[in-house]
Write a protein that binds this ligand. Structure first.
Ligand code: IPE
Ligand code: IPE
Ligand code: MG
Length: 229
């Protein structure tokens, strides 16, 4: 069983367009997929599920869609935090808390994290205003702030300054909607992740699709640069 699974929840816009709906309806329909995938991961014994909810590049979208996504993520947290808490899910976040994220969204994120901080069954880590390059830039800034001399900079020094050094690297990364790219997701952490791509659009994704991806992962041979002995 993978300990950490990372998911790029993609295809909401196309799901909505296929139905003659506004793109935002696709985001709304993605909530059910997220909740089912999270409980599916919990039932399977996955320790960490990291989901890509908003990228540092998604600010390029039309202002109405950005505004919708901010409000949607905030209300999703408010609606779901109690049931997730009751199931023993710890909610964490990866991403930048910059001025573009409305203060009440940050407040809700903090409340959800605080409420669930002692939970141990599974961690649902939301990558929100997250970029892999931004995460590495932020780690480098911390190295400088910590006055780490050049000869002391190694992978451990960088890793320990990423957003969540306590998580194991993702064993498996799943991307929905038939796109074969990384889109600035977890660049450091996915160095040796197994990648699984599925054509399913995110709002149609359910735990069975997660389990299919896990089975594919279980058939892969991981080598980490070594050879079979
Ligand atoms: C993923 O769905 C959700 C976010 C990026 C927030 P998209 O909105 O990217 O959907 P497509 O890729 O346009 O279909
Ligand atoms: C990645 O999907 C970001 C999220 C799922 C939040 P995008 O839809 O933004 O990625 P691109 O633009 O197709 O690469
Ligand atoms: Mg997309």
């Amino acid at each position: 069983m993978p300990r950490h699974v990372a998911v790029v929840m993609d295809g909401n816009g196309r799901w909505a367009q296929n139905r003659g709906l506004a793109r935002t309806e696709g985001h709304a329909a993605g909530e059910e997929a997220l909740v089912d995938a999270a409980y599916g991961a919990l039932a399977a014994g996955i320790e960490v599920l990291t989901v890509y909810a908003f990228s540092t590049e998604n600010w390029r979208r039309p202002v109405d869609e950005v505004r919708y996504l901010m409000g949607f993520n905030e209300s999703l947290l408010k609606r779901r935090r109690d049931e997730l808490n009751a199931e023993g899910v710890k909610i964490t976040f990866s991403g930048r808390r910059d001025w573009r994220v409305p203060r009440r969204v940050l407040k809700n994120m903090d409340e959800a994290a605080e409420l669930t901080k002692n939970n141990k069954v599974m961690t649902l880590n939301m990558a929100f205003n997250y970029g892999g390059r931004a995460e590495i830039v932020d780690a480098v800034k911390k190295l400088v702030e910590d006055k780490v001399p050049a000869h002391k900079i190694d992978e451990k020094a960088i890793r320990s300054r990423l957003y969540h050094p306590e998580f194991p690297d993702p064993d498996l990364m799943v991307r929905t909607s038939g796109e074969f790219r990384i889109s600035n997701y977890l660049l450091w952490e996915i160095a040796y992740s197994e990648l699984v791509f599925t054509d399913v659009l995110w709002p149609d994704f359910r735990r069975e699709h997660l389990y299919e991806a896990v089975r594919e992962y279980q058939n892969r041979e991981r080598r980490f640069g070594g050879v079979e002995q």
